[in-house]
Design a protein around this ligand. Structure first.
Ligand SMILES: [Zn+2]
Length: 158
């Protein structure tokens, strides 16, 4: 079961979210500290290897609130990614943002080219992308790819 821990409570402190724009296309960089088999919505179960994951989304408004939602351990499950972020081994490490709103599918396609693996069908029920979630064996490489694609990162949370 998802658990609320101290960690998630202090995750979104005002300082770290201060400069986050109000809208944009974003990439959530999250780390799975242990491999885990997670039930995800209409999928049966997905085996997630330990490592770094990049999830792509977009907020036409309310990006700060959206990020806060991604960080929360307790929430009503709505998106595929909620099944992962509420897992106890998952930790949102950084948020990367482009000010271009609605560019999530283009961004997902660009990341797919560089990712070590693609979690097929994940987060892309409403579009034609193969996925909006990507696996990187190394967090450093994921960060390099995101920065090469012109996204700005916002402070990692404690
Ligand atoms: Zn898409």
């Amino acid at each position: 079961m998802p658990q609320s821990r101290k960690k998630s409570k202090r995750s979104l402190n005002r300082k770290s979210s201060y400069n986050l724009p109000e809208n944009g296309t974003y990439a959530l960089l999250l780390m799975l500290q242990r491999s885990a088999t997670i039930k995800v919505g209409s999928f049966n179960k997905i085996f997630f290897k330990k490592g770094g994951y990049v999830y792509v989304g977009s907020a036409r408004r309310g990006l700060r609130a959206r990020v806060g939602r991604h960080l929360a351990k307790k929430k009503k499950i709505h998106w595929h990614i909620d099944w992962v972020t509420t897992n106890r081994s998952a930790k949102v490490y950084k948020i990367w943002v482009s000010s271009v709103v609605g560019a999530e599918c283009r961004l997902a396609a660009a990341i797919a080219e560089e990712a070590d693996e693609v979690v097929r069908g994940f987060g892309s029920s409403d579009c034609k992308c193969q996925s909006h979630l990507f696996y990187f064996t190394s967090r450093g490489r994921a960060e390099l790819v995101l920065s090469k694609l012109g996204l700005s990162s916002y402070k990692s949370w404690p």
